[in-house]
Design a protein. Structure first.
Length: 166
């Protein structure tokens, strides 16, 4: 797996899927269109500020609320390479993996990384480094099969490759 590098965008506990991508935009599965409205109800400038490769950092229970697949798709479509949180709502975590968005649980990193910090993430080892603060953290690395799903950009492309290889 690759090493990711980007600036941190920081959010609080209990970020709900309803604010990640508001219901009024759920009439599409187009990642670019969803990305234009990602986080707008809690961070109106997010879509204009985020750059490809950036990292989202949050507190506990990230992605709680409705089980909408569009939430991790909007985040990924905005260019976010990875989400680091103290914990994730279970359905959000599964949906994130399904669209190929790495979601790492690392309470220490989530507590200490600040907005704008430069962060690197080695998905293969689970190593997270806050370059700005000179701090390192360790998240549980993904099992091999989840690494393969993420590397394939999601469950559907992964499955298509596996079926095509048979």
């Amino acid at each position: 797996m690759s090493t990711l590098r980007g600036r941190a965008h920081r959010y609080q506990d209990n970020v709900n899927t309803d604010v990640i991508i508001p219901a009024r935009y759920l009439n599409t599965m187009d990642a670019a269109e969803l990305a234009a409205h990602c986080m707008e109800d809690i961070d109106a400038e997010f879509a204009g500020r985020v750059q490809a490769g950036d990292v989202m950092v949050a507190g506990e229970n990230f992605g709680c609320g409705s089980s909408r697949e569009q939430a991790p798709l909007a985040i990924k479509g905005a260019g976010v390479s990875c989400v680091i949180a103290k914990s994730f709502a279970r359905i959000f975590f599964r949906n994130a993996i399904n669209v190929g968005l790495p979601a790492l649980v690392c309470p220490d990193a989530a507590a200490e990384i600040q907005a704008g910090d430069e962060v690197t993430v080695d998905l293969g080892s689970g190593r997270i480094e806050n370059v700005t603060q000179g701090r390192s953290y360790r998240a549980e690395p993904f099992p091999e099969f989840l690494q393969q799903i993420i590397a394939a950009c999601g469950l559907v492309p992964y499955t298509r490759r596996r079926i095509g290889a048979s």
